[in-house]
Design a protein around this ligand. Structure first.
Ligand code: WTA
Length: 636
């Protein structure tokens, strides 16, 4: 029996049981079966969740790009690796073969080397969804540089804080990006960010041809450098636990956390889960609509698919351009077999006329997936009926930037699916639900805080530069457990449903947003005294942001509509448009405990229109504000 590819439910259970009884043996077999190692490991796993320290395949040597590229050249050299679908439907799609991708990566890697980038250096990448983004990631990995992709929707302030946090040596960006009808100037955002950073080299990809400032001695167009670069770039031999990349995610407090992922475990786990969750077969055309700026894109557009020699579609545009049929137009055009997207996109498309969907031939689809947030029942049924035609199983996949790869998901065609359930843990994943006394809740039909009690290969190893915060955030809430920050329930048959965040992170349209950084941005507005952000249910975004704001008593009566705009502009410039508030309530005060802590539970109830379920408010120092909050008016 091959461990690598599960084909029916009985096999899932066999593999799962084995993976839990003998995890090291299990992951050793998976690693032996499918990868190219320069040197074998000495030890499969070493771990201690208290320190915490986790090492997989210690002693092994490899380069992940040899696994993603070189290994396929003889058997799949002419197969499409990246199928690029541009924003403009009239611009031809690009079929980049494994041979071509290999060559582009080698050239790009040589350019990085010629700019002085060495093994271990951090390189920040601020690019839209164009092939150069994938090439840049792999070029870094080829020479052992650590990539840190910054989603190309983040503001200059957010870019600067990420560049500085990882002390990055070189920045790769583009002149601009196309998003539907809009052309967005990305270079000027990088210029603004770099006013506050110490970076000597910026390589600029030409995509939109818009006018940009090139700073003498710092900025260079990459095209001429690539043209003269050699296509021969031997790989840097990496240790199993050498860093592969840093990716930032929001925390409930403080600055974003730079999750550090390492090489061997990440490779094995993302490749294994890609193959099984999407049931990928050799001639399939797989499409994940995420942006490579997020973990889903790293693991399931780039590394997982390419490690399996897959064809991975990369889409530059947006689902609404030129109209709401674009996704389905692409599925038909490229005969997509696996389609993986976010519930928020499904909800947005489900609101539009059904003709946008029904006019396309979607018969190529075999597997559907969702990720990033809970999928509500209505959206699930719409997806199942209109896209999958009740024939394609839906994999509701749960994972996190921190977990690196998918942890809970049905195995399509094996695990029976139920809407709103991510169903069962993947092999090697040992889940636990914890109660408020820090005890594990055994049995079924129970609900608790979701933890993981045994290491898995692709877990983040630290928060870059702050191991203490890593321990505090993930390993201090429960003994010997990784705490996810999510709540979950386990039903009568043992299926898991994720019930949502139990901390101050809010998932808006599938993006993680910490309340603290948004509040900090708002509080910078000169008229604002204090603010508190909570989430509330939204029919497309899943959650939207509701801000309670108290103003300074400056005597000046400000127009609240203007303030709404100014505050959102403030958020856009500090974080990015994804963190804008949908509703604002200006209030005289915020409900606080005697120790001065804002009682968010009350604010959440009011935002959810559940003011009749406020519970005990007697511990508040100012219970009178609650009444005024319930009566208060909103600006949207
Ligand atoms: C949420 C995204 C319900 C969850 C891959 C998690 C989900 C956070 C699901 C991580 C799902 C992700 N059902 N909730 N299928 N998938 N989440 O780091 O709250 O951007 O903790 O990684 O998204 O978000 P992140």
């Amino acid at each position: 029996m091959s461990n690598y590819h599960i084909k029916h439910l009985e096999e899932y259970w066999q593999v799962y049981r084995k993976s839990v009884r003998h995890p090291e043996h299990f992951w050793e077999e998976v690693a032996e079966e499918h990868f190219l190692w320069r040197k074998r490991w000495n030890k499969v796993l070493e771990w201690d969740f208290n320190t915490p320290i986790v090492k997989w395949y210690d002693g092994a040597q490899l380069n992940i790009t040899e696994n993603c590229l070189d290994r396929h050249l003889t058997t799949r050299g002419n197969k499409t690796a990246i199928l690029f679908e541009p924003n403009d439907p009239n611009e031809p799609a690009q079929h980049i073969t494994y041979t071509q991708l290999h060559e582009r990566v080698c050239k790009f890697a040589n350019v990085l080397k010629s700019q002085g980038v060495q093994k271990g250096d951090r390189v920040c990448i601020y690019l839209p969804m164009i092939p150069e983004l994938t090439v840049a990631l792999l070029a870094c990995a080829r020479i052992g540089a650590v990539h840190s992709v910054i989603f190309a929707g983040f503001s200059a302030t957010a870019i600067a804080s990420r560049i500085n946090d990882c002390d990055c040596k070189l920045v790769i960006c583009s002149d601009g990006s196309y998003r539907g009808k809009k052309t967005i100037d990305l270079k000027s955002l990088v210029d603004k960010a770099l006013e506050n950073c110490d970076v000597d080299t910026v390589l600029v990809v030409n995509r939109t041809g818009n006018d940009v400032q090139m700073k003498e001695g710092r900025d260079q167009w990459i095209a001429p450098l690539l043209e003269s670069a050699s296509a021969d770039c031997p790989v840097e031999i990496m240790e199993a636990e050498d860093p592969l990349f840093i990716l930032y995610t929001s925390g409930s407090t403080g600055k974003p956390k730079g999750m550090l992922h390492t090489t061997a475990g990440y490779m094995v786990y993302t490749a294994y889960t890609f193959k099984n969750v999407f049931q990928y077969r050799e001639n399939d055309v797989y499409w994940c609509t995420a942006d490579i700026g997020w973990i889903t894109g790293h693991s399931y557009i780039v590394y997982g698919p390419l490690c399996n020699g897959a064809t991975s579609v990369m889409f530059e545009g947006v689902p609404s351009y030129p109209d709401y049929g674009r996704f389905w137009n692409i599925v038909e055009k490229h005969k997509v077999t696996q389609f993986y997207t976010a519930p928020t996109a499904i909800r947005a498309l489900a609101k539009e006329k059904i003709e946008f969907t029904s006019q396309y031939d979607l018969s190529s689809l075999k597997v559907l997936g969702t990720v990033g947030e809970p999928i509500n029942e209505e959206a699930w049924h719409w997806y199942n009926e209109n896209i999958g035609k009740k024939k394609s199983p839906i994999a509701d996949t749960w994972f996190q930037t921190e977990t690196g790869g998918i942890m809970i998901s049905p195995i399509p065609y094996s695990t029976p699916t139920i809407p709103t359930f991510a169903t069962l843990p993947l092999p090697g994943v040992q889940l636990a639900l914890m109660d408020d006394n820090r005890e594990e809740i055994k049995g079924n039909q129970v609900e608790g805080k979701l933890c993981i009690k045994f290491p898995w290969p692709s877990m983040a190893r630290t928060i870059y530069g702050d191991h203490n915060r890593y321990r505090e955030t993930y390993f201090s809430a429960y003994d010997n457990m990784y705490f996810t920050g999510d709540g979950a329930l386990r039903d009568a048959v043992g299926y898991y449903r994720i019930t949502g965040r139990v901390d101050d992170v809010i998932i808006v349209s599938g993006h993680n947003l910490g309340t603290a950084p948004i509040e900090d941005a708002i509080n910078e507005h000169p008229a604002v005294a204090e603010s508190a952000i909570v989430g509330y249910p939204h029919d497309v975004k899943g959650n939207a942001l509701y801000g309670y704001i108290t103003l300074k008593e400056t005597g000046e009566k400000r127009n609240q509509d203007n303030l709404y705009k100014e505050i959102n502009d403030m958020i856009t410039s500090r974080i990015g448009p994804i963190a804008k508030l949908d509703l604002i309530q200006f209030t005289e005060g915020l409900p606080k405990t005697r120790s001065g802590k804002i009682m968010r539970r009350i604010l959440r109830k009011i935002a959810h229109q559940e003011s009749d379920q406020l519970g005990d408010i007697s511990t508040l120092i100012n219970p009178e504000v609650v009444e005024s909050l319930i009566k208060g008016s909103l600006i949207k």
